[in-house]
Design a protein around this ligand. Sequence first.
Ligand code: NGO
Length: 418
Amino acid sequence: MIVPAPASPGPDEALGPEGYRLEVRGGDARIEAEGAAGRFYAEQTLRALSAAGAPPDVTIADRPRFAWRGVMLDVARHFFGVDDVRRLIDHLAAYKLNVLHLHLSDDQGWRLAIEGWPQLAEYGGRTAVGGDPGGFYTQDDYRAIVRYAAERFITVVPEIDCPGHVQAALASYPELAGGGAAEPYTGIEVGFSSLDAHAEETYRFLGDVLGELAALTPGEFLHIGGDEAHSTSAEDYLAFMARVQPLVAAQGKRLVGWEEIASAPLRTGSVVQYWNTIGERGHDLARAAVAQGAQLIMSPADKVYFDMKYDASSPLGQDWAGHVEVRDSYEWDPATLVEGVGEGAILGIEAPVWTETLRTLSDVETMLFPRLCAFAEVAWTPQDTRDWEGFRARVAAEAPRWDAAGVAYTRSPQIDWP
Ligand code: NGO
């Protein structure tokens, strides 16, 4: 990130699709890259080097450690419009991140127009946490987000959470709730709603939704959630997983789900997102995923859930996974976090931003910065070339740029801010 740590590839090694060589001499830059993404990242580095004037003489050969370097935005608990998402995408691009995971549905709101099921957005999109205004993306809005992201080499991974976290869908279509009227929900409890794993209507609904979503999404992944299905029995969860996986495969997409999906038999090519750092279950599920040949995305809540408070004085955020200071987000190795889950099984890392307590993009930025920079270095830079003291100095140097651009950030006491 920022000014990258020492070169990873040697002079004759392949740069790969995202790698680049950058040479600056007397203010003139020469960029070498195998692909357009590599060239783009070289430009981001050059921009960072030039922040304080003419860039210094450097020779950099660089490529990322992990292929999946993501941020998730929860647009369901609170809605964020297209302009907010564009601004977030700009932040991702500046730090060489390449996945934007959008959490498009939850109990509190449904955020994407589905032509075959219009009530989802029109009715289920009205609500948000605490009675705040809702909202949803039209399909054109969504296409605009995908396009803006693609121009910055960022893949959008859309999530429709199921079989739990579905109250907004149940409230929009009572037939999904077995005919009983489901009330819209604006609280912040989890685990109370479920699709019926044995109703054909459930799969007609998901087939339609995933079909429209796949048609709108050029990326190879569809995220089906799968977390905290506490009101679905273990048996029903397995039945549900057996039915939903072919629906994703039928769209020619790879399935992504939260760690809980590893309790079910998974199709080849599936991706499992580790998250829960309370107790041993998350570790067990991550190992179960590896045992099935799945790839892992590491999102340990006690390190990279950026909805967690920095410390007790943070005005925003939650603390169920503890406090997450900048150093916590920096000093960890994805490949030694869970015994039995090594580098080879890890597709990448992702930082989720859940928005129960976050209402504006400025709230989101306050939680992201400076922790996002720590995260971006973990994602990009090899473990043995990272160090906290060097990072502290580099991240402090970002502050003037944030101040100038009106980017909100937290003045963590762990950093010597200029
Ligand atoms: C959990 C839960 C979400 C919450 C989040 C809050 C996952 C995967 N499911 O993470 O519904 O919003 O914690 O931190």
